[in-house]
Design a protein around this ligand. Structure first.
Ligand code: C2E
Ligand code: CA
Ligand code: CA
Length: 600
């Protein structure tokens, strides 16, 4: 708009000079320059500073003033030229006014409050000018000018409507009508800048419904959609008026709080808000004929001026939310320094783990399995990781991380190769066991080349005979996948002679139906049942039932974590055949196991 005024404006100065109104034209042009400069400052303020909502309101007022004054300036040049006798100047004045009105109606489309009055300010004098000619053609032109004004406003209004619609769709979630992820990210980024300047605090709540998928899958998407709408209504009624509520997608919602002067206050408000939301979400829902109950896990992250990055804040809230899920769902967790440290530690582990195989940091330990006559019947290979920087790390810590990042594929393959090599070497040394167990994690099991790798390694290290000694220990989590697929993979591997054992039995999905369907040969009673074992506990009942079931299905049973004579006696009396645990031996290094074996 400024460019369209400053340069063509010079032509009016020239015309003024030619027609002896140069002083007025120059004063007018100076006015254009001054207002343009004001406009430039407003433009710059928006570009270089991010404004809070109050500042934005003030800024908008300045902008409106700028546009009105600018339109009035074009009205002034019209009046200036029209006042002259020279009819050529009248033509120019008329065209100027029409041109200005067209420009205003096009450029100001985004703002209805601006384009309507501006177009009227510019066109009304023209209507009057034509009418006061006093002849019939003057009246006709006056009516034409009215119609033209209406057309301009109508066209601008239509474009405006379309613009608002597109803008709405880009920023809103279709199902709930809430703001969407795109809007939320922009909002958060602006908020961070505001907090940076004002040194205040705010918070972010990440709300994820518990078991929503189950409802969606079992009752259908229509019910799921209704439920999400109701959930969004309920959160909306809980949140403060000036907070933002958005749906990130699926069953994930976020609330961004207001500004607080101090951190403790902010945290208190965030927690109470989260708890209130949780409470209303847990009240029952009536959708169609169904009465539904749902809870949520809420992660909270506090925002201050130092948090420079929106995506990091979302990640923090996400970590806190998953922590809430881990602690049994239906709860609120605030992301704090301790969680931060743990995240950093895990990140460090992740990075180091990628090079563990390459740097030769992984080894295997071997824990003997004994039978009733205290004879070494088998052995379980257990991974050990010793990192230069982080020291010795337990497999309970690094195996889940390797699973998550996918490095378990490489690590698992290395473990399998090492174990196979050990088995074949021991056979030659006369250290002969009946069964050699290797843990196989879920992701490794479902890796598309797993079967191929097993075949190749068998070929390389094992004979027909030694293969029959290998047992792969899997956990009950694998049946979360399609059981047919599991059976298919197992059958292919069993064709080599390798057997399967169900590890940590009793802690997972334990169901009789899968015991019947999966081609497993052995189960391992989880350590947690064995450790509490005495004649009075319910664990005794549990162990007895497992043994009874195993007998029925013709499965071997290994009791894990046997530490005391008492546990051993109970297991023996209940007819459990194999024992593994500190009572006999902790997991041993390669050489120590050989010595242990020979001593026997
Ligand atoms: P798991 O397969 O249940 O292994 C048994 C765990 O119990 C081992 O812990 C072993 O050291 C420990 N243990 C054995 N006897 C006793 C006892 O009498 N008392 C107590 N308190 N503990 C006993 P570890 O070696 O720390 O391994 C932990 C878990 O890490 C394993 O549980 C397994 O799930 C996983 N893991 C270990 N090595 C591998 C591996 O090579 N591959 C895969 N995928 N996972 C592995
Ligand atoms: Ca195991
Ligand atoms: Ca186990």
């Amino acid at each position: 708009m400024i460019v369209l005024s400053v340069f063509p404006g010079l032509a009016y100065v020239l015309l003024g000079w030619l027609h002896d109104i140069h002083l007025k034209a120059i004063i007018w042009y100076l006015g254009v320059l001054v207002v343009s400069f004001y406009g430039y400052l407003i433009h710059k303020q928006y570009r270089t500073q991010s404004l809070s909502s109050t500042q934005l309101r003030v800024w908008y007022r300045h902008l409106s003033v700028f546009y009105y004054v600018f339109s009035l300036l074009w009205l002034v040049i019209f009046l200036l030229f029209i006042a002259e006798d020279e009819y050529k100047l009248h033509y120019i004045a008329i065209f100027t006014e029409i041109g200005a009105a067209v420009v205003a109606s096009v450029l100001l489309v985004p703002d209805k409050r601006l384009f309507k009055p501006t177009v009227i300010i510019l066109m009304l004098p023209l209507v009057i000018y034509f009418a006061q000619i006093g002849d019939w053609y003057g009246y006709v032109l006056s009516v034409f000018a009215c119609v033209f004004t209406w057309v301009l406003i109508y066209a601008a209004a239509s474009s405006h409507k379309l613009l608002i619609q597109t803008n709405f769709q880009a920023n809103h979630d279709f199902l709930t009508g809430l703001k969407n992820r795109y809007y939320f990210i922009g909002y958060l980024q602006t908020l961070i800048t505001t907090l940076q300047r004002s040194h205040t605090w705010s918070y972010l709540l990440l709300i994820d419904l518990d078991y929503f998928k189950t409802i969606n899958d079992s009752l259908g998407h229509d019910i799921g959609d209704h439920l999400l709408q109701e959930v969004s209504n309920r959160i909306d009624t809980q949140k403060d008026h000036d907070s933002l509520l958005a749906r990130l997608g699926g069953d994930e919602f976020v609330v961004v709080g207001m500004e607080y002067k101090d951190k403790a206050e902010c945290r208190k408000q965030a927690e109470s808000m989260a708890n209130n939301i949780l409470k209303t979400l847990k009240e029952s829902y009536k959708v169609d004929l169904h009465k539904l109950y749902i809870s949520a896990s809420i992660g909270v992250s506090l925002i201050d001026g130092k948090s420079d990055d929106a995506s990091r804040l979302i990640k923090e809230a996400d970590i806190a939310m998953y922590e809430a899920k881990d602690r049994g769902r239906d709860g609120v967790i605030v992301f704090d320094d301790e969680m931060q440290k743990r995240v950093e530690h895990n990140l460090e582990l992740e990075q180091q783990l990628y090079f563990a195989v390459e740097n030769n940091e992984l080894t295997l330990n071997y824990q003997p399995q004994m039978d009733k006559d205290e004879k070494i019947i088998g052995v379980e290979a257990l991974a050990r990781w010793n990192n230069k920087k982080l020291g010795a790390i337990s497999p309970t810590d690094f195996i889940p991380i390797a699973e998550k990042t996918g490095s378990i594929i490489e690590i698992g393959c290395f473990i399998m190769e090492t174990a196979f090599r050990t088995l074949s070497e021991w056979e030659k040394l006369g250290v002969s066991v009946d069964q050699f167990s290797i843990n196989v994690s879920m992701r490794q099991f479902f890796y598309y080349d797993f079967v191929k790798d097993v075949f190749a390694l068998c070929d390389k290290y094992l004979t027909e005979e030694t293969r029959k000694k290998v047992i792969f220990e899997v956990t009950e989590s694998i049946i979360a996948e399609d059981v047919d697929k599991v059976v298919n993979i197992m059958e292919q591997i069993k064709s080599l002679g390798i057997r399967f054992s169900m590890d940590d039995f009793g802690t997972g999905y334990s169901s009789l139906s899968y015991l019947k369907r999966l081609p497993i040969d052995e189960i391992k009673i989880d350590r947690s049942f064995v450790s509490e074992l005495n004649e009075e506990t319910t664990d005794e009942v549990m162990v007895r039932s497992i043994l009874y079931m195993a007998e029925h299905f013709n499965l071997k049973v290994v009791a894990e974590g046997v530490e005391t004579e008492e546990q051993l006696t109970i297991l023996r009396n209940r007819n459990c055949g194999l024992y593994q645990g500190y009572y006999y031996s902790a997991p041993l290094s390669y050489d120590d196991f050989v010595r242990f074996y020979k001593r026997q």
